[in-house]
Design a protein around this ligand. Structure first.
Ligand code: AMP
Length: 406
């Protein structure tokens, strides 16, 4: 895969597909700007090479062809303005017209000077983005000479600014940005050549979303630690009564097969030994800490308990590589966040190479103030899962040229 450094961008107009899909609070404030900061290296490199830079990103899921301030990239523009520190050289069409490549955008693009940066509106304001429409892709392509993909978090989607657009650039004019290259290289290094013991910590709500990844990880890791809602399907497969806890009945046999496979391959498999249960899914509900054997009928497990975190800490002790995807409980509610926060601390405390993947998981590490202690926090949840599953990423395939390996 070619990277930005391998192609000539001096004095060219460059489109950088970024992933500025940042979390915001109920007042619209950006609560975590890691994805914006992560793109700066590529943007600054282009500026330093005298390029004119056009940035594009999606933001959540707006209704196409309708401007809605809730989905505008205006807040991202304001944050970029602070971070890039290029004063009047950062541009944005704030006409709220809902058109991505608007007449105003064309005018700004035509008058840009080297070092100028233009941020486009939410690409999903155009219906063509998610339908991979070549006509929309061409509208963006017509503005620039070079295409750079730096949106790891969006590479698992066949969308116009990720896939169709690459048809308009030959191999000398398209490449991966530094962030994309870093993410892909890191994951392949960790997955293909890990220091052992290699431990996977997997959580989150459902087995179904991570089934493929789990199965593939069994061929790579020495230990698997399961927490979160998905643990209950495994516990049920083992014959435990799990009350009203989250369960995927149709995957109970599959869960058993995974545990059998782990056993056969000598992979140590850890499930929670105790849980925090509540009679309802509510921050203010009464809670009890109970062994997994004693979950009362009608109650649900919403976090792993203190004995589980201690057990998991023991299992993490000798790890040289840890890959963590998925929270251990309903961490969004303080009452059920302790298991995830403790696991974050324990993972961060080890001397292992630690890779955190997934928006929720990165959010836990952030709340636990452990991000600086982790080796690598991926900006893409879905995309990192696909890499673990060994699935090709459309965004990376589209960048690959004849004779190169995806
Ligand atoms: P995922 O998107 O599959 O990684 O799942 C993340 C979500 O799983 C978070 O929003 C958590 O609140 C949720 N979650 C974690 N543990 C549980 C649980 N025990 N019961 C219900 N939801 C859970």
């Amino acid at each position: 895969m070619k990277t930005l450094r391998d192609i000539d961008i001096d004095n060219q107009t460059v489109f950088i597909r970024c992933d500025f899909n940042v979390p915001k609070d109920e007042f619209g404030n950006i609560t975590d700007d890691r994805r914006i900061r992560a793109a700066l290296q590529t943007i600054r490199y282009c500026i330093d090479h005298g390029a004119k830079v056009i940035l594009g990103s999606h933001y959540e899921r707006p209704k196409p062809s309708l401007f809605d301030p809730k989905f505008s990239l205006y807040d991202v523009y304001k944050r970029l303005d602070v971070l890039l520190k290029i004063k009047n050289h950062l541009h944005f069409d704030n006409s709220k017209c809902g058109e991505v490549v608007s007449p105003a955008v064309r005018e700004i693009a035509a008058n840009m000077e080297p070092g100028d940066v233009l941020l486009l509106e939410n690409l999903r304001f155009d219906a063509g983005e998610t339908t991979n429409d070549p006509r929309f892709a061409k509208k963006i392509a017509d503005l620039v000479d070079v295409y750079i993909n730096d949106a790891f978090g969006a590479c698992h989607r066949k969308h116009a600014s990720i896939d169709a657009i690459t048809d308009y650039f030959d191999c000398e004019h398209r490449a991966a940005g530094f962030l994309l290259a870093k993410e892909v290289n890191f994951f392949s290094r960790v997955l293909n050549n890990p220091m052992r013991p290699f431990v996977a910590v997997v959580g989150g709500s459902k087995v179904s979303g991570k089934l493929e990844a789990l199965t593939r990880l069994l061929d790579k890791v020495d230990k698997v630690i399961i927490g979160g809602g998905m643990a209950f399907t495994f516990l049920k497969a083992q014959g435990y009564e799990i009350g009203n806890s989250l369960v995927e009945e149709d995957l109970i046999d599959e869960a058993q097969r995974i545990m059998d496979k782990a056993h056969k391959q000598g992979v140590k498999f850890y499930l929670p030994v105790d849980v925090v249960v509540a009679p309802e899914f509510d921050e203010n509900a009464t809670t009890k800490f109970l062994p997994t054997q004693e979950i009362p009928a009608g109650w649900m497990g919403l976090d792993i308990g203190p004995a589980s975190t201690r057990l998991f800490r023991e299992a993490l002790n000798d790890a040289q590589t840890i890959i963590w995807n998925g929270p251990m409980g309903v961490y969004e509610m303080d009452k059920f966040a302790k298991g995830s926060i403790k696991m974050s601390h324990y993972i961060a405390e080890t001397h292992a190479t630690t890779v955190v993947g997934g928006g929720d998981t990165a959010d836990v590490a952030q709340r636990a103030d452990d991000v600086d202690e982790m080796t690598f926090v991926s900006t893409g949840g879905g995309a990192s899962l696909k890499l673990i599953e060994g699935e090709p990423l459309p965004g990376i395939d589209a960048l690959t040229c004849p004779g190169e390996e995806a």
